[in-house]
Design a protein around this ligand. Structure first.
Ligand SMILES: Cc1ncc(COP(=O)(O)O)c(C=O)c1O
Length: 381
């Protein structure tokens, strides 16, 4: 290995050593008995029998791989059925499936904004969105988290442009479990005419009468111009999608997005399991309010135990502990006490906001909360 490169790698890794920020991969066992409060399978569909059977059937029909990029032969009738189902479910005319949510955000925000455009993004948007925006050449301005007054002020401040103004938000933020008022965003969009890109990654399945997400839940179905979602969280599968009202958005991604054009396409089995998961999610109408109530119950109990957690009803509860060392200590104790949790530290979250990101799921036993609390209380702060 080239000596200069090795030295450079060792230096940057050394900066993380000793600062509680160094990441290590831990291989999970299939039969790990711990209570999982870490992954994003909020509806427990990754192991749902109907979903798994759909996957097995697709493996038999289509094999293990798409075997090519989508413009060659990778795009199958299953992918087409999935994109049409997703679009109809969420109120859009057009959909396109991509390999990951990261790729979908990077493709949309790296490809649609151009030099001369402005992107106004919430300060906490996901790394994949920032990656796209930075590559796009557009000017980036960030508004304080969920502060739509600040966004409105920025919209007033922006001089008349030749180009396009994009507004970029999530509906449930991945590390905070909160989100903006989508009704107000929708009315700002009507007043100012910007292009609104909304990431619904963490809302799908948990919110909305039919489970299609936060736009449905807040009564503004399909208000955003472009929705990015992932199949890898509430849908219990793998992959992602982009929805839009204009066919040109889909066509532009099909023609110009390297993430789509130059990569072996998502395996058909993932499209099949996502399709089955959508069917299951639609059936969970009565369970959804109960899931949201579970989130409120966990938050109330954590607050009563003197842990500062924000109000809300999403599946993501940030237990903010501040210091990275303290966060690691909590995570290690919880892990050795039967809970699968992860310590979220900078740069994933802002400095001094290290946290345990509790992620709830359908099927979590009622006894999980008191035992989680008793482990927490046993850790000296
Ligand atoms: C808000 C948000 N968008 C997109 C992604 C990326 O999705 P995927 O895991 O499918 O790459 C994530 C994943 O963590 C996310 O939290």
């Amino acid at each position: 290995m080239n000596a200069a490169l090795l030295q450079r790698l060792r230096k940057s890794l050394g900066e993380r050593q000793g600062s509680s920020l160094r990441r290590k991969l831990v291989a999970r066992a299939a039969d790990d008995p711990r209570i999982n409060l870490a992954d994003n399978d909020y509806l427990g569909l990754a192991r749902d029998p109907v979903v798994v059977e759909a996957g097995i059937a697709a493996l038999r029909t289509w094999g293990a791989s798409s075997s090519a990029s989508p413009l060659v032969t990778g795009y199958t009738q299953l992918h087409q059925q999935l994109e049409q189902t997703l679009a109809a479910w969420q109120g859009y005319a057009h959909g396109l499936v991509l390999n990951t949510g990261f790729a979908a955000n990077a493709a949309v925000l790296g490809g649609l904004p151009k030099a001369g455009d402005v992107v106004l993004a919430d300060r906490l948007v996901h790394a994949s969105m920032l990656e796209g925006i930075m590559a796009s050449g557009a000017r980036l301005r960030r508004f304080p988290h969920n502060d739509l007054d600040a966004l409105e002020l920025m919209l007033h401040e922006e001089p008349a442009l030749e180009g396009v103004i994009f507004v970029v938000t999530e509906s449930v933020y991945s590390m905070d479990g909160d989100g903006p008022d989508l009704r107000r965003l929708s009315s700002l969009r009507q007043r100012f005419g910007f292009c609104w890109v909304l990431d619904e990654a963490h809302a799908t399945g948990w919110y909305g009468e039919t489970g299609s997400g936060m736009q449905e839940h807040q009564g503004v179905l399909a208000a955003a111009d472009i929705v990015v979602g992932t199949l890898g969280k509430g849908l219990g599968s793998q992959g992602a999608y982009v929805l839009s009202h204009a066919s040109e958005v889909r066509d532009a991604l099909v023609n110009f997005a390297g993430e789509f054009v130059y990569s072996t396409y998502l395996a058909p089995v993932n499209a099949a399991t996502a399709l089955a998961a959508i069917g299951r999610i639609r059936e969970l109408v009565e369970e959804r309010p109960r899931l949201q109530a579970m989130s409120v119950e966990w938050r109330d109990a954590l607050c009563a135990a003197d842990f500062a957690v924000p109000a809300g009803d999403s599946p993501i509860i940030p237990l903010i502990l501040g210091d990275s060392d303290v966060t690691l200590r909590y995570a290690e104790t919880l892990r050795s006490s039967g809970f699968m949790v992860s310590a979220i530290r900078p740069p994933t979250v802002p400095v001094r906001t290290g946290r345990i990101r509790i992620s709830l799921r359908r099927g979590l036993e009622a006894s999980a909360l008191p035992s989680f609390l008793s482990v927490l209380k046993g850790i000296s702060r």
